[in-house]
Design a protein around this ligand. Structure first.
Ligand code: KG4
Ligand code: ZN
Length: 356
């Protein structure tokens, strides 16, 4: 039995998990900082690293206790070394190195985005019990990334396209701020959209960038312009609050906005663009299945629309493994371990680490 302790601290969750054979979740502990960052309307990097340093040891201890594993039972210690916030990554990487050195265990550096993909290999209640078949088209949609890749075998990726500006999750977060819906924006937009009409506003889909690339800044700006026009109509001084998205989100509210309709129309446009390009890739590369990964994979409309339009079966991780966790890191680490990959104790953090 190969049991791996996995550690994740790339952004605003301190997480540790013990994963058996890349599949069975013996424990999965997540200490979320969402309340800490809510008052900043986004992740405040220095506060994040300081909170990681407080949470890392208790989180790891709890993961080992829940899994009922001793250090000698482990095959390796895996840790995310990028992409992410440097100060946040350092905390997990340092803890993993100290444990690997003290316990004489192999160390595995794992790419956070690869972890998101491998969340689809975790054994979870209600999920399919066969592993995903290759070749796979993977849509990776998180707060910092939007990538479309083909996977012909384990750990090998061919990038088809990516966002040329904002990531999908970032667009959700920024529009949520503009509509005063709070942080994190994705779940807030989804909730607001449930009461709205997705056809109320015809926002752009930006399908004209490269065949498999995405662009969300035009959509985001279209939402901004609509809100500014509504403010003007209601007698507010829009110019006084600036023209840029960042300035506009700080403008005083107090005007009547059809928030549900705007949220629903924005969400529909964004999902439409993601689904159109993914379906096109599935057809061109004759994929056996489609995998969706990252925080935005939790989005209900994306799940339903892709399942409906894809010519091949679509897999999503269960909602709780879509957002950041260490179980997914343990799944990816297992395949690295089998591949013979090992990191040295001089493993460094790489904030812009890429999977291709
Ligand atoms: O993968 P993740 O937890 O962290 C990163 O690696 O970035 O993704 C976080 C992103 C945030 O932008 C958040 O707003 C978005 O995922 N998100 C959602 C939903 N849940 C989380 N976006 C749309 N709909 C959701 N239900
Ligand atoms: Zn993530």
């Amino acid at each position: 039995m190969i049991d791996i302790l996995a550690i994740e601290s790339s952004c605003d969750e301190t997480a540790a998990a013990v994963i058996r054979e890349g599949r069975d979740i013996l424990s999965n502990v997540v200490a979320s900082q969402v309340e800490l960052h809510r008052k900043y309307g986004g992740v405040f990097p220095e506060a994040a690293s300081r909170q990681h340093i407080r949470d890392i040891a208790p989180t790891i201890r709890q993961a080992m206790e829940v899994a009922e594993r001793e250090w000698d039972d482990l095959a390796a210690i895996a840790v995310v070394n990028g992409p992410g916030l440097a100060g946040s990554l350092l905390v997990g990487v340092n803890a993993a190195k100290a444990l690997a050195a003290a316990r004489g265990l192999p160390l595995l550096g794992v790419n956070h985005m690869e972890g998101h993909i491998y969340a689809n290999w975790l054994a979870c209640d209600g999920g399919p019990d066969t592993p995903p078949p290759f070749p796979l088209v993977c849509l990776i949609v998180s707060g910092g990334h939007t990538d479309l890749v083909v996977m012909h075998e384990h750990l090998r990726y061919e990038r088809l396209g990516q966002t040329v500006d904002d990531a999908a999750g970032e667009a959700f977060d920024k529009v949520a701020r503009l509509l005063d819906l709070g942080y994190p924006g994705g779940p807030a937009i989804q909730r607001a959209a449930a009461e709205g009409d997705p056809q109320a506003y015809a926002f752009p889909r930006a399908l004209s960038v490269g065949p498999y690339d995405f662009s969300f800044s035009g959509l985001k700006t279209a939402v901004l312009r609509l809100v500014q026009d509504m403010r003007r109509e209601q007698g507010q001084e829009v110019e006084a609050h600036g023209q840029s998205f960042a300035d506009a989100s700080l403008a005083p509210t107090g005007i009547e906005l059809p928030v549900a309709d705007i949220a629903a129309s924005f969400q529909a446009a964004l999902v439409d663009a993601l689904v159109a390009k993914t379906v096109q890739a599935v057809e061109q590369f004759d994929a056996a299945e489609v995998l969706v990964a990252g925080g935005v994979a939790a989005n209900q409309l994306l799940r339903e629309t892709l399942a409906e339009r894809s010519p091949k079966p679509v897999r999503f991780p269960p909602i709780r493994y879509c957002t950041d966790n260490a179980a997914m890191i343990g799944a990816a680490a297992y395949y690295q371990y089998l591949d013979g990959y090992r990191s040295d104790l001089d493993l460094d953090v790489v904030p812009n680490l890429s999977i291709v």
